[in-house]
Design a binder for this molecule. Structure first.
Ligand code: YK8
Length: 177
């Protein structure tokens, strides 16, 4: 896996979880900025093992002549039962892009850690892996990997920027930011 984001924010762990993993105004705005459209969110639900799961559907905008303009995507998220409200959250997210070439060969796995640092601070860490369901021809595999890393890097760079903006807004005038 690759580490795409590793940063302390002046935002409580609780608030960070709510912003990223509920149907929040932050994530809706962020999706808007990224041209991720028609999102549908399903609520978190406990499964038999005690983990919580939810899925999201949306359409991503790609605008790469080689790949296409849009693709529908499904994101299956697991909130592990080891998570502790307000303290520590571990979320795995599998992203399937249904309409890109070779979509039946791969998916992306993102692992999010939100770790409370203090009452008002948390660390956000995101690891990403491109996973193969079946082995493509070498040239195709490097094509998939290359396109995935660059798209993912771009996404998390912008997520970090938007989180910094939100942090500034949240802490404005509180005096102890
Ligand atoms: C999530 C990884 C790969 C995919 C894309 C596939 C190209 C295939 C190229 C070949 C378009 C929001 C990405 C970037 C789409 C966006 C995905 C996002 C950013 C085979 C011709 C969507 C996080 C996420 C994870 C994986 C990203 C895809 O929250 O290059």
């Amino acid at each position: 896996g690759r580490l795409y984001l590793n940063k302390v924010f002046h935002i409580s762990a609780n608030k960070m979880f709510e912003m990223l993993f509920t149907d929040s105004s932050f994530i809706r705005r962020f999706m808007d900025v990224r041209k991720i459209t028609n999102p549908s969110f399903n609520p978190w639900q406990m499964d038999a093992s005690g983990n919580k799961k939810r899925s999201l559907n949306y359409t991503i905008t790609i605008s790469n002549p080689l790949i296409g303009k849009f693709s529908t995507a499904t994101e299956n998220q697991t909130l592990y039962k080891e998570s502790r409200e307000g303290q520590y959250y571990l979320v795995d997210s599998e992203v399937y892009t249904h309409d890109v070439p070779y979509h039946d060969y791969f998916y992306t796995q993102n692992r999010y850690y939100i770790i409370s640092n203090s009452k008002r601070k948390c660390r956000l860490r995101v690891y990403t892996d491109v996973k193969y369901k079946k082995q493509p021809w070498g040239l195709i595999k490097s094509f998939i990997t290359k396109n995935s890393w660059s798209g993912i890097e771009d996404y998390f760079r912008q997520l970090e920027a938007e989180l910094l903006e939100e942090e500034a807004e949240l802490n404005q005038g509180s005096g102890d930011a």
